[in-house]
Design a protein around this ligand. Structure first.
Ligand SMILES: Cc1ncc(COP(=O)(O)O)c(C=O)c1O
Length: 408
């Protein structure tokens, strides 16, 4: 985000708070990742993680850039269909798929089964439509860091996985054609190397012949402002580093296979490609000190910004707009809600005044999709393109949006 983008939006919309989408930054980042991975494996494909940020304008932009859709609910599936995605470009993941699963299966969409009961559900459907052939994939459970036990997918070598693959293989009109995985809290290169090793071993063991696809999920570090990068305390891998560690072993593994028969290799970036390109702009409404604790309260909330601000101090740009300026060694930037924990930034150091405009960067992931209708409806979002043209891509929520669903 640069200052000219902020000014462009403020010319059109003279209120706060709002989200700002840096469209060209997003496009450049998307292409940089794609180019780095495709340079090594031409059948690499981005499948954008809708749950991270399902703003339709952004999903549509991904579509225009050639990206596919990764969805985990009927709601997200519906959006991908509305945007015009054919079923074979929609990857349906998740532990609880809705009633649209069978429609997706019927129309040749990609489905990654999470558990034995879901496999049974698919088999029951296939039994009723025995003249038709169905293709499915499975999610492999990963243990790459040992820090926690993930709840998703099938543990490699487990009885559950054996039972499920047997069930699918014994079924006359179902074919197991792909494997999927994803793990959070393991973004480093070593964890990714291990992920690929596990997946290649699993495809050899559980898929007959060459798989049609391998999906590695996501959980890479994306690009981020320096102030945020410094808080991760280690070298953040570049897309080229990931390409070498993650894409190259897959390319090598299938180097002897003719191009048209090689599996499609998906990753499912969400925060990785979108986080940096959305900022949240909010205004300081009051400043106070209680028993030595300085606090500036703004018209936004940590609920607008998402969980990241509880884990890290987000990069913040201050546009000095207020008059009565003071320097603070440590001041907490607090949100509008009545929650004690509504702190957007802990111990900010610098000069602030009531009326200052604060821009919190890197809030593209799990922000607008996680914002509850708590106390105040959500804020609008504006995109700014490379010509600095501004477009409202999400209108401000109204009171009616909040209350109209209730019955008296
Ligand atoms: C299955 C799956 N794919 C993709 C993603 C997106 O990963 P990221 O936001 O790290 O790019 C997630 C995030 O939790 C996920 O669960």
């Amino acid at each position: 985000m640069n200052n000219r983008m902020l000014q462009s939006v403020q010319k059109k919309y003279n209120k706060t708070p709002f989200y700002l989408f840096d469209e060209q930054g997003f496009i450049n980042n998307y292409n940089e990742m794609l180019d780095a991975f495709r340079a090594i494996y031409t059948k690499y494909q981005i499948s954008y993680s809708y749950k991270t940020n399902y703003t339709p304008y952004i999903c549509n932009l991904v579509k225009r850039l050639g990206g596919h859709a990764e969805v985990v609910s009927d709601m997200e599936y519906e959006l991908a269909r509305k945007l015009g995605y054919p079923e074979e470009q929609i990857v349906f993941n998740g532990p609880v798929k809705g009633a649209r699963l069978e429609e997706h299966l019927e129309n040749g969409g990609i489905i990654n089964i999470d558990n034995y009961d879901e496999a049974k559900r698919i088999c029951d459907y296939a039994t009723l439509h025995i003249a038709h052939q169905y293709k499915v994939g499975l999610r492999i459970n990963l243990d790459v860091s040992g820090v926690f036990i993930s709840r998703f997918g099938f543990e490699p070598e487990s009885e559950e996985l054996h039972k499920t693959t047997q069930l699918l293989k014994d079924h006359p009109n179902i074919q197991l054609v792909g494997l999927h995985c994803h793990i959070s809290r393991a973004r480093g290169i070593e964890a990714w190397r291990k992920r690929v090793e596990i997946m290649l071993k699993a495809t050899e063991k559980y898929i007959d012949g060459v798989p049609e696809y391998i999906s590695l999920g996501s959980g890479m570090f994306g690009k981020m402002p320096e102030a945020l990068e410094a808080q991760f305390g280690s070298n953040i891998p570049t897309y080229k580093d990931y390409a070498k560690a993650v894409i190259k072993p897959i390319a090598d593994h299938y180097s002897h296979i003719p191009e048209e028969k090689k599996p499609i290799l998906y990753t499912e970036p969400g925060t990785t490609i979108v986080a940096r390109y959305i900022s949240f702009v909010t205004k300081i409404l009051n400043i106070k000190t209680i028993r030595g604790r300085n606090m500036a309260t703004v018209d936004g909330s940590y609920l607008n910004v998402g969980e990241i601000c509880t884990l890290k101090n987000l990069p913040v740009i201050v546009k000095e707009s207020g008059q009565d300026r003071h320097h603070y060694d440590a001041i907490d930037i607090m949100g509008f809600t009545c929650l004690e924990q509504d702190c957007i930034y802990k111990d900010y150091s610098g000069e602030l005044a009531v009326g200052d405009i604060l821009t919190f960067e890197n809030v593209g992931g799990y922000s607008i999709v996680s914002k509850p209708q708590f106390i105040k409806p959500n804020s609008p979002m504006f995109s700014v393109n490379k010509e600095y043209e501004v477009k409202e891509i999400m209108r401000e929520e109204t009171f009616d949006d909040v209350f109209s669903k209730f019955n008296l």
